[in-house]
Design a protein around this ligand. Structure first.
Ligand code: NAP
Length: 306
């Protein structure tokens, strides 16, 4: 495909939080969109987005923003997908591409596809990049470089639509991979969803300790706990939707994890030093392979904020 810039004449962003605003800034920086129409639910967020100059036009009505759009990217929490799809369906122009950034792909397709008119191409996406911050002020153009974006179109999706969405994310600096939605959800279940669940649980366990111990946890938090608190500060609504929408994959991996945790518990109780060493050596090797694959970039703002 010969790449012509801008890739899309009019892009509508429905939802302008961390991911929507980062995408807006990246598209502006790299000249990927001729016009960016921003839509969000609350006036306050819309005003903030306008103040930050994230788009070219602003509306509280999603259907107005998608009118004449060549690409619509849904950037809301996934619990809102069905309502958003229903509200924009009639206003989508024939041949438009609809995409999203949600962290679970089978449910994204389940909630979006039935409402889109024939002739509109659905190319679901997930930029595997983020921080624990939310809202339009949290975004920055450099969120995506070096990070994967996964696309999960169905086998009969228009090839050109997929190629253009791929080019958009590559233009933002992402490395793009196409896979099936089910595979995406199983892989992200272990690499992202389970770690978040563990972080939320550990921090909550610490929070329920008696008062004097709790104070000590905060005082000595540098020793590992601090990293968990950063992950556990992630947006509650977004993560509620991730767990409710990727229920099967998360429960399956959680079952395996619980078995492995019980095995570790037994090893500690029995003083099984060999088992502990053998496990820790294996996990250390995994860390090395992640560094070799250059996937150890911390998901934090470049200004050094934790
Ligand atoms: P965010 O910063 O909280 O922003 C959410 C946006 O969606 C806001 O514009 C908000 O509008 C709007 N919104 C919230 N609830 C809505 C509803 N019920 N109906 C319509 N609009 C609603 O969220 P985010 O972190 O950018 O996440 C957005 C999506 O990206 C999620 O689906 C998430 O799975 C995915 N994602 C997130 C990350 C991450 O690290 N955060 C990484 C990869 C993918 P108002 O402010 O006007 O209410």
């Amino acid at each position: 495909m010969t790449t012509v810039f801008p890739l899309f004449n009019r892009v509508a962003l429905i939802g302008i939080g961390l991911i929507g605003s980062s995408l807006a800034l990246a598209m502006k920086k790299h000249g990927l969109a001729g016009h960016i129409a921003v839509s969000t639910r609350r006036q306050e967020t819309l005003d903030t987005a306008q103040g930050l100059n994230l788009g070219d036009s602003y509306s509280l009505v999603a259907a107005d923003a998608v009118e004449d759009a060549d690409l619509v990217v849904i950037c809301t929490p996934m619990g809102a997908y069905e309502t958003v799809a229903k509200s924009i369906a009639a206003a989508l122009k024939p041949g438009a591409v609809v995409s999203d950034v949600g962290s679970v792909k089978t449910s994204a397709i389940r909630d979006l596809a039935p409402h889109l008119p024939a002739g509109v191409h659905l190319v679901p996406g997930h930029p595997v990049a983020g921080t624990e911050h939310s809202g339009p002020e949290a975004g920055y153009a450099e969120l995506f470089p070096g990070h994967w974006t996964i696309l999960t179109p169905s086998e009969n999706t228009d090839e050109q639509a997929v190629a253009k969405v791929k080019a958009l994310w590559e233009g933002c600096g992402s490395i793009v991979e196409v896979m099936s939605p089910g595979h995406h959800d199983r892989v992200l279940g272990i690499t992202s969803h389970l770690p978040h669940l563990i972080a939320y649980t550990i921090v909550d366990t610490a929070d329920q300790l008696e008062d004097d111990t709790k104070q000590e946890v905060i005082k000595f938090s540098a020793s590992g706990f601090r990293d968990f608190t950063r992950i556990a500060a992630s947006d509650p609504v977004m993560w509620r939707d991730v767990f409710l929408n990727n229920r099967d994959a998360v429960l399956e991996i959680l079952g395996r994890f619980t078995e492995d945790l019980t095995a570790m518990q037994r090893a500690i109780r029995k003083g099984d030093a060999a088992m502990l060493i053998e496990t820790f050596e294996r996990t250390r090797a995994i860390r090395r392979s992640i560094i070799d694959a250059k996937q150890h970039i911390p998901d934090v703002k470049p200004d050094g904020e934790d």
